[in-house]
Design a protein around this ligand. Structure first.
Ligand SMILES: O=C(O)c1cc(C(=O)O)oc(=O)c1
Length: 310
């Protein structure tokens, strides 16, 4: 059954709702595992979607997110501001505040934000800002504005999360490498996995990480990146084979700078909606030892989001 969008909203045509009744993962997550990339959407009646949004999703509430956390066996979440909420962080902040300390957040802010507002976000659990360069998701924000924000949030000990597509890395290189904070790349910088893993495009991404020890990567979203599948549906235990070598390369070369997240509720997927239990079963394909799994799922996200507990 189709999931609702509450309030005065109509879902984008062709919208795929998140998966109902995900399977129990066969892979046992290590104790204290963090889902370090997920979102909440609305509910629209309570937290309206932003006027400047590029899509209108089905609602995906904090209650549904935390039920999924418990079902999959995660201990904590990092709730990343979704572009459908623009720079209105209320839904994300509300999710963090209701989590009993089990969620941290990543916000989207404008240059006009006051120091007091930044401090309030910090007190709610926000530890980073997201800069988005994916043209189908956001309008352009001038780089001088972003650099000014980066300078301000660095004083709070926050980091910058960047979302971009692999073809745009050369043009964005100078800006990214000038950022004064830890920099976390969403979804491996969206490599085109139909290109060779040792080709110039992915090599540039590896060089970006190799030459800049402040750069981390989320090795998430195989369901977005895969061209060949198979899809994480119907019990598939060897999903998204074409993404595996790319993600495994990043995990093995930079084991202390990788994060993983479900990306629930998976905005803008066009082809299929994965079973989140089977997405968790993807993890041992890319982090193949208990030590790599512990770093990816526990040690690294804890260092970045709960350093006071490490
Ligand atoms: O590829 C996407 O469509 C996408 C969108 C958003 C967002 O709208 O915030 O976040 C993501 O992590 C991925």
């Amino acid at each position: 059954m189709s999931k609702p969008t509450s309030g005065d909203f109509t879902k984008t045509a062709g919208w795929l709702d998140w998966y109902t009744g995900p399977s129990k993962p066969k892979f046992q997550l290590p104790a204290g595992a963090v889902d370090a990339h997920c979102h909440v959407f609305g509910p629209g009646a309570e937290f309206p979607y932003a006027p400047e949004r590029k899509y209108t999703p089905c609602d995906a509430s904090k209650h549904e997110l935390y039920a999924l956390r418990d079902h999959l066996g995660f201990a904590r979440n990092v709730v990343v501001q979704a572009t459908c909420h623009g720079a209105d962080n209320r839904a994300m902040v509300d999710a963090c505040l209701s989590s009993g300390g089990k969620a941290r957040g990543v916000a989207t802010v404008k240059r006009s934000i006051s120091d007091a507002e930044l401090q309030a976000l910090h007190d709610a659990g926000v530890r980073g800002v997201r800069f988005n360069f994916v043209k189908r998701l956001v309008d352009f924000t001038p780089k001088d504005e972003l650099m000014e924000i980066a300078g301000r949030i660095s004083k709070l000990g926050w980091h910058v999360v960047i979302y971009f597509e692999a073809v745009d890395l050369p043009e964005l290189w100078d800006f990214f490498t000038a950022l004064p904070t830890t920099v976390v790349v969403d979804h491996m910088g969206r490599p085109d996995v139909s290109k060779p893993i040792d080709g110039p495009e992915f090599e540039l991404f590896l060089k970006f990480m190799r030459e800049h020890p402040n750069v981390w990567s989320k090795v998430s979203c195989p369901e977005r990146l895969s061209v060949t599948g198979p899809k994480a549906l119907n019990g598939e235990q060897a999903a998204y084979q074409d993404v595996v070598p790319f993600a495994r390369r990043v995990v093995e070369e930079f084991p202390d700078r990788v994060l993983w997240g479900t990306d629930w509720p998976h905005p803008n997927l066009k082809d299929h909606m994965p079973d989140d239990g089977l997405l968790v079963d993807f993890i041992p394909q890319i982090a193949t030892t208990p030590e790599l799994q512990r770093k990816l799922l526990v040690d690294n996200p804890m260092k970045l989001y709960w350093p006071e507990e490490v």
